[in-house]
Design a protein around this ligand. Structure first.
Ligand SMILES: Nc1ncnc2c1ncn2[C@@H]1O[C@H](COP(=O)(O)O)[C@@H](OP(=O)(O)O)[C@H]1O
Ligand SMILES: [Mg+2]
Ligand SMILES: [Mg+2]
Ligand SMILES: [Mg+2]
Length: 344
């Protein structure tokens, strides 16, 4: 990986850095703050939680993360709508008062002025469900199952303008800063359209690194990644596609949009997300941030039919089926293999 100065140092003409630099800075600060909340909560998950199949830690983190990020966006960009995964309806029910109390306590550690009412109001700033010419999309915890397992998860925030992702911030608190084995954990991937993709240490100090996709051009040599959980037969279908490509390395399985990050920094060559049950549609917040980071790192993102992801359809990627993420060089071969296997 090359070490380059912060983009702000040299991108000072009207056509680049300055345009979205405030959005980038706010998004970076927002996901870092939410990551601190998530780390506090994940650190307290003990074996008892897993034994009892208690999902409440991730629920508290989900609501808390969304509250903190919407609070920051509301302060910096009061006119911007936010399409976020969670809403406070369930949390406001009287029976959920103990849960709400836990959310408020966690949020107060980072935003001392928080109350039950402000936390619910911040969460509900994320209630946009239809297309707008400019909106943010937020997945406060992507990879909820990974979070509970003590594994990979991400906080994914993106700004869309005219249906295109312009700014992305993807915090991966449990992913090493670089692929090196001794690398400390915690990284935020940031991209602004036209300015490349960057890896920032999760903690505030440290220089961002510019990241790039791999140069692997032989499909047989490819390392691919996929979901940890196999929704329906997704793992089996991906295995068939891999076999057709001559891939021999076993897949790397992990939760969340951290998979996009692995492709973006060349640690994996492909991310295959095969369609699951008929009628399942992907959600905007599960892909927008990752898609820009990969594109800005030199890679390619389409659905399994080679169509660009359409982020202008409301909360669902209604015009797309599955997702294929690659270093670009391998893309055509993968689409061909998918068609050959007969995935639709
Ligand atoms: N049956 C299914 N098929 C495909 N994706 C699903 C799914 N059920 C849930 N998801 C989505 O897949 C995301 C996790 O993806 P991954 O497997 O790559 O970690 C979930 O995000 P959340 O964890 O934010 O709810 C959820 O939105
Ligand atoms: Mg998600
Ligand atoms: Mg989520
Ligand atoms: Mg979810």
């Amino acid at each position: 990986m090359r070490i380059l100065p912060h983009p702000g140092f040299f991108m000072d003409n009207a056509h680049s850095g300055k345009i979205m630099s405030r959005e980038r800075d706010v998004a970076l600060a927002a996901v870092r703050e939410a990551a601190a909340l998530c780390q506090n909560i994940q650190a307290a998950i003990g074996p008892d939680v897993l034994e009892k199949r208690d999902r409440s830690p991730v629920t508290v983190a989900d609501f808390g993360s969304q509250a903190l990020i919407c609070r920051r966006l509301a302060a910096a960009f009061p006119d911007d709508p936010i399409m976020a995964e969670e809403d406070s309806t369930a949390l406001r029910e009287p029976a959920q008062a103990p849960l709400l109390e836990r959310v408020v306590a966690e949020v107060q550690r980072l935003a001392p002025e928080a109350t039950a009412e402000t936390v619910c109001a911040w969460i509900d700033r994320g209630n946009l469900a239809t297309y707008r010419p400019r909106f943010w999309t937020l997945d406060p915890i992507d990879g909820t199952k990974g979070f509970l397992r003590g594994d990979q998860y991400a906080i994914a925030l993106a700004l869309l303008v005219e249906g295109r992702v312009r700014v992305a911030a993807l915090a991966c608190p449990n992913l090493p800063l670089t692929p090196a084995t001794e690398s400390p954990r915690g990284v935020v991937f940031v991209a602004v359209q036209g300015e490349g993709a960057w890896a920032y240490p999760l903690e505030e100090a440290g220089t961002p690194l510019r990241i790039q996709v791999s140069a692997t051009s032989d499909p047989a040599q490819a390392q691919f990644c996929e979901s940890f959980e196999s929704a329906h037969s997704a793992h089996d279908v991906a295995a068939e596609v891999a076999q057709r490509l001559g891939i021999t390395k076993p897949p790397r399985r992990l939760d969340s949009q951290a998979k996009y990050a692995l492709v973006a920094r060349g640690e994996a060559d492909l991310y295959l997300r095969m369609p699951t049950r008929p009628g399942y549609v992907e959600k905007v917040w599960d892909h927008a941030a990752g898609a820009l980071i990969v594109a800005e790192a030199g890679g390619r993102v389409t659905d399994i039919h080679g169509r660009p992801l359409r982020f202008d359809q409301g909360t669902a990627l209604a015009e797309n089926r599955g997702v294929v993420v690659s270093n670009g060089l391998l893309h055509a071969a993968v689409l061909e293999a998918i068609a050959g296997v007969g995935v639709t």
